[in-house]
Design a protein around this ligand. Sequence first.
Ligand code: BQF
Length: 288
Amino acid sequence: MAQIIDGKAISAAIRLEVKEAVSDWVAAGHRAPYLAVVLVGENPASASYVRGKAKAAAEVGIESDTLTYDASISEKDLQEIVDRLNQDDGVDGILIQLPLPDHIDERKVIGVLNPAKDVDCFHPESVGNLVIGIDGFAPATPAGIIELLVRSGIETTGKHCVIVGRSNIVGKPLANLMLRKGVDATVTVCHSRTQNLSEITKQADILVAAIGRANFVTEDMVKDGVVVIDVGINRVDDSTRERGYRLVGDVDFDAVSKKASHITPVPGGVGPMTIAVLLQNTFKAATN
Ligand code: BQF
């Protein structure tokens, strides 16, 4: 039976570290770090994530405002809003909550961000720095995964990390972090077109599932002793729940946890770590 990697507890430890750092910073006479959150449209999941981020920020002494805009806002107006936040010395970090409405090209908006305020590490310059190993903001979910591994005492050096999923937000930046000196994993990135997927996932010492399909990774796809990191957040109908659904990961937890040495739960695994890294980045943005 696998050991559960408690992302909620590890996230709480990081948030406490940030809280103490913010407190020292303010005690030294500086103003509190400030995060601007840009939310466009009425995606209920996005609204919920943004509420969680604002609450977590407040709890560690980071000030934030959520700037909410109608889904009909133009790309140009949104670019101007970001540019104004860039110019504002009182704004340390800027977070543009994704996804944006279909008529807006996300890249055109993210491209306006001042990389020094890009606490999500989405700007091309931030991504370039990540790839070549220049110190900058950490991509929140991938860096959260590294923190989970490190703080759980899981060896990464020379280990085969198989990532299933090639998104710009998880798969690709995580591959880069896992390859870094000091982490030193051997990395394979698989995706929806990968042939013989389970032959590859069975070779994983560390398996990261970021596919976006409920219970996609089954026990026949993993070897005994694997470390499983489940990035998925999928809603499945559940009439026994008040909301009518429950959240499940990309991994068949019950079956795979019998073979794994360590596994992250959903909820309470990777998700809370994303928030913790965002707070670390915002503090870094304020104190750089
Ligand atoms: C938990 C996200 C897909 C698309 C856009 C805690 C979060 C989630 C789960 C959270 C996510 C996912 C976020 C849990 C932020 C992670 O207890 O398991 C926190 O707030 N996340 C986002 O902002 O945009 C997304 C996933």
